[in-house]
Design a protein around this ligand. Structure first.
Ligand code: IMP
Ligand code: MG
Length: 185
């Protein structure tokens, strides 16, 4: 029997526990604070990165810096094949971008198209410097012609479809405090 996103009986195989995530995000916040310092605008890519960004910002506070935050909602959809995927702007940022030092924050880097689109868009709007931070990196999944690598990575992610800590499967599972793979129970 196939599982579906709304299935109450599905179980989740944990890949990154709540404790693993808390520890790693705290370290990442300190690293970013040390390297990028103040006057930083975080741009969280919605919806997937809202949980990660909230924790990351607070770890940056503990490291003594005062980042600002804005949000950009992007959607990527396929018209059948992987390579025909396009990224669309659903909601743009509202803060001034010109001359700003920006760190884009996303949940997961896969083909690289989402990050590539966001970065290009911000440079076109006059950003000074745009860095990339992702919680999860599915290395080896980048598509040809998209030269995106993240400056800050939480965890290398196995090539499986993961949910939790903001990541969804058809709008479900974002509330999980850990990250895992949905399985039949
Ligand atoms: P990319 O544009 O191919 O790099 O994919 C990035 C986007 O695809 C992320 O922002 C996620 O929304 C989504 N995505 C990729 N892999 C997963 C996954 O394993 N679980 C949930 N969402 C994913
Ligand atoms: Mg996303």
């Amino acid at each position: 029997m196939a599982i579906n996103p709304a299935d109450d009986n599905a179980s989740i195989r944990v890949l990154f526990s709540e404790e693993d995530i808390a520890e790693r995000v705290d370290t990442l916040g300190q690293e970013i604070a040390g390297l990028l310092g103040n006057d930083l605008l975080l741009i969280a890519i919605l919806k997937g990165s809202f949980v990660f960004t909230a924790d990351l910002m607070r770890s940056m506070h503990r490291a003594g810096i005062r980042p600002q935050v804005d949000f950009m909602q992007l959607s990527s959809y396929g018209t059948g094949t992987e390579s025909s995927k396009t990224v669309e702007m659903v909601r743009d940022t509202t803060d001034p971008i010109e001359g700003r030092n920006i760190l884009i924050v996303d949940d997961i880097l896969e083909s690289g198209r989402t990050m590539d689109f966001a970065r290009e868009h911000l440079y076109k709007r006059g950003a000074n410097k745009v860095g990339l931070c992702v919680l999860l990196d599915k290395v080896g999944k980048r598509v040809e012609g998209v030269g995106v690598e993240a400056d800050f990575v939480g965890f290398v992610c196995p090539d499986e479809f993961v949910v939790g800590y903001g990541l969804d499967w058809a709008h479900y599972y974002r509330e999980l405090p850990f990250i895992g793979v949905v399985e039949e129970s």
